[in-house]
Design a binder for this molecule. Sequence first.
Ligand SMILES: Cc1ncc(COP(=O)(O)O)c(C=O)c1O
Length: 383
Amino acid sequence: MSNSINRRNWLKQSTLAALGLTASLNSLGGEDYLPKDLGQLLPNSNPSLINLGSNENPYGLSPLAKKAISELIGQAHRYQYNIPHVQEFRKQLADYYGVTTDHLLLTPGSGEALNLLARHYSKGNLVTATPTFGILPNTAKKIGVQVKEIPLDGQQVHDLEAFSKAIDPDTAQVYICNPANPTGTVLHPDKLRAFCEEASKKTVVTIDEAYIDFLDAPYNESMLSLVKKGNKNIVIIRTFSKIHAMAGMRVGFILADPSTIKSLQENYFGNSNFCMSALSLTAAMASLKDTSHSIQSKKLNAAARQYTEDALKRSGFTVIPSYTNFIFFHLKQYKGDFAADMLAKNIVLRSSELPDGKYCRVSIGTLEEMKAFLKTMESMKFT
Ligand SMILES: Cc1ncc(COP(=O)(O)O)c(C=O)c1O
């Protein structure tokens, strides 16, 4: 290998390492989003990078959340359970979703909920999609759980019939990410509800609704309605990382029947409510009230997504219709490591290989960032 290629590889690896993506640009979701080295932060490594790799909300925290953090900073030396105002969060969140606080379990990011759920329901096999968001299935595999991976259908949507067939008496959990990551597709709520009702007679069904706030009717119906009806085998996963733009603040939560929450807390989740930062909780409380921030984020995301989808289609790409804050599209005949090659041009995104070829998952940034992404795309060779 020549010196210049060595140097290029080294530069590529250093940048990847700084992003915590060394082993991961070609995988989507899962442990790949966990920084390998927390000491190396993105802005210091390369300020001109455009990060479209992690489905974050590019518009930043709600102004009310920022204000709440600054107002609470003087009490940051206290544990959150010693700050009465912060203690109201669980009640506020429960009221918001029309449940009681014993339906609720806080987790430091919903990714941790997924990690612990894989461990909690590990006495039988896991049925999930491929591709899907990786944390839950990756943890399951790591601890020796059999994972039955059901390919998405031709439209890159969950194949619920195949899921039903895969569930057997040994199935301990079904995991469905709806809307789906990495494809951005969604199931019709009637279809998903019917599946959940049937499957939950046999096993626990975990529905990851991380991106539900980007949906419009009729798709924006949560499976929480089943929990409210008393279904003990439905577990709903939510996060403040997406529409609330709080990915760095690590606030996730589980909604489930009180008996299910109790059994989780008696096991791996015993410490979960305690793991939350007071500053993150006060920010979440404020953000929950700031509906104009969520509405604006959703609107701006939809506009930038439409712009990007249209431009990609005009350039002849097959784009999977997205309902989320990211787009999944086929990379034609691209030769090479697309994500690594885009990184060399300062754009962070994900690419992966499916049976019908290579795909890219690009997060929706600001319109300006998407224009920069599209401009860079023009310099790439796809044949
Ligand atoms: C489907 C899905 N679930 C969960 C998460 C984890 O999010 P967090 O741990 O930030 O709540 C992500 C992150 O991208 C995701 O895409």
